[in-house]
Design a protein around this ligand. Sequence first.
Ligand code: SF4
Length: 726
Amino acid sequence: LDAANSVDHWKKTVCRYCGIGCGVMVGVKDGMAVAVKGDPQNSVNEGMLCVKGYHLADMLYAESRLKTPLIRKNGQLVESNWEEALDLIGNRFSEIRDTHGPDALGFYGSGQCSMDESYLYNKLFKGFIGTNNVEGNPRTCMASAVAGYVSTFGKDEPLGTYDDLNKADVFFFIGANPAEAHPIIWARVLERRKNAPNTKIIVCDPRETRSTDAADIKVIFKPNMDLALLNSMAYVMVKNGMHDRAFIDQHINFQEGSEGKSWEDYMSFLEDYAPEKVADEIGVPAALIEQVAKLFGDKNRETMSMWTMGLNQRSRGQWVNNLINGLHLITGKLCRPGSTPFSLTGQPSACGSVREVGALCHLLPAHRFVANEQHRKEIADIWGIPADRIQPKPGKPLMKMFQATVDEEIKGLWVMCTNPGQSLPNVNKYRKGMEKCFMVVSETFHPTRTTELADVVLPAALWCEKEGIYGNAERRTQHMAKAIDPPGGVKSDHWAILEVAKRMGYGDSFDYKSVEQVYEEYRRCTVGTGYDVAPFSRLKAERGVRWPVVGDGMGKEASIRYAAPYDPYVEQGIRFYGKPDGKAIVFLRPQADAAEKPSDEFPFVLTNGRLLEQWHTMTMTGTVPALKKIPEYYQSGQRWFVEMHEQDAQRLGITNGDNVRLTSAHGKLETRVVLNGRGRPQPGLLYMNFHDQNPAEMVNILVSDATDPVSHQPEYKISACKIEKV
Ligand code: SF4
């Protein structure tokens, strides 16, 4: 409070961590960030922050900040300078491009990069170097939600907004633990229930969590049985006349694979999912399935569904996303205040910097596709290059890209603002590839599990040390002001991309003078696409602006047909204009096995997730002492832990705090057991969080690298595993 009362001035910015995108005010005194508070004018968080947000400033001054470029010499990373590092990158990348072709290079970015940074590296690699090997860590986080939206509605990104939180009567969470992973959304949901006591919160999860503890109804289902659970709910709604026949006739086609189906086919498909038939398999009493389905489908209530990694990080992630979208379609519960399917995202700008900017291997800016000739031409015109400079074939999706480093097909890789040396599934396999290739890592801290494998490490400015644009989970594009200077020797990633482009011979096309200039070029890509974003001047003046933005001063009226915040995919009167006939699709998706099933050798399912106080691989939050005060973390020599059910523990002679060995088909590690902690897995399930930085204890050593065939998102959430006391 003393610091807050004595600041020189406050600057408006956005939280650096999760996908909610809370507005943050940074108090600056004598050039230092000395105070942080929630921005009361930002409707996202209405002045609130979670514990990570309140400690945002601490990491700026951590001892492990990297302040000068590092270059590997004689096997060791040694301090260097920007000239030497940038020249080396420019020369090596050019040499690889010229000797082995552009596809021997790749870029792995992040939903924590700003939109201007992502736009620049996407343009450099796809438009100038000539490879579509551009991926980002949102592939690991919400690619299945994208595939679900696009296949269902014909367009990507959520239909609803956070405004729906103030209107919904039923909140249906599945595959999400918002009390830990999306705390401000959770606070707003609890607030809604307080203000409207008839509100019901349903949380479906294979574990009991802080979210299930506070829910009105908890549904603890067996791992991987969500396809059956959602089909069973659809059965109940249809049997009880909760579907909206007029909406279905007007707005929906039914489909199985690529084959068209009828309403009758759909009803007959659902027969196999009558609750009494599938209750045992799902692990949920039939009466409970009926109860939640009837609440969801209640015609007198508005229903908002929210989900995240529990559904997305699956080898059938697209299917399960189709089913949850389908529940809203058959009941007509969408495109109106309080009723919407809403995929929560993991990172602050995963939507803006990767989906919207098009920084995945099959995309171009404003949700265009590299495979589409017209799209390539439109973007090539803006980039000032011939259309045939952009390859029509998608690049390698995430796991294939890292496999290509193992196979030495990709010989040069630039990693920015992410930590694949810890965060990839089956991580030890892909660490070998990172060691083999010429790897550049843009990072703020050193060492991380990725910088330790790098050939060049570039010290990156953090959060409020640079200006930038973020796009959050509700289509809100937000401006982040630069509040303070980075430490000497540290530069923004934006600047580093421009410098590498110059050294590779593309300087004339990367002669940008400001973030505004880059953003306005991106905005030109969006005009008339339905993804039209607001002018930079509005973003600076306001607390973010949700797209689509109509009549934006670009010299012509954007061609988007509506301005209501609820329906970015529909024309007035509801027409899903991303689909040729304007109709959305309800898919018939059967229950299906995960890639790995428990067996005699590996009898448990291992899953993983977050804790409230930590973020991802802890490269940032791990530098903040206050955030390490997690009770479980300190219980036993600061070791991390696996959670399991007491019944399984008793059977195996394991007690709280015991050391155990976990083994999967991919690797093994030792950790300790916590019983009855914040998360309580059901029998047969083990749970670890993915924050542990200890090279021998990272959960991803054990995790399956199987992927969804359409979204290419890895199945982090289900791996077959064994546990033994040691
Ligand atoms: Fe808000 Fe998420 Fe940041 Fe917490 S971590 S302050 S919930 S954006």
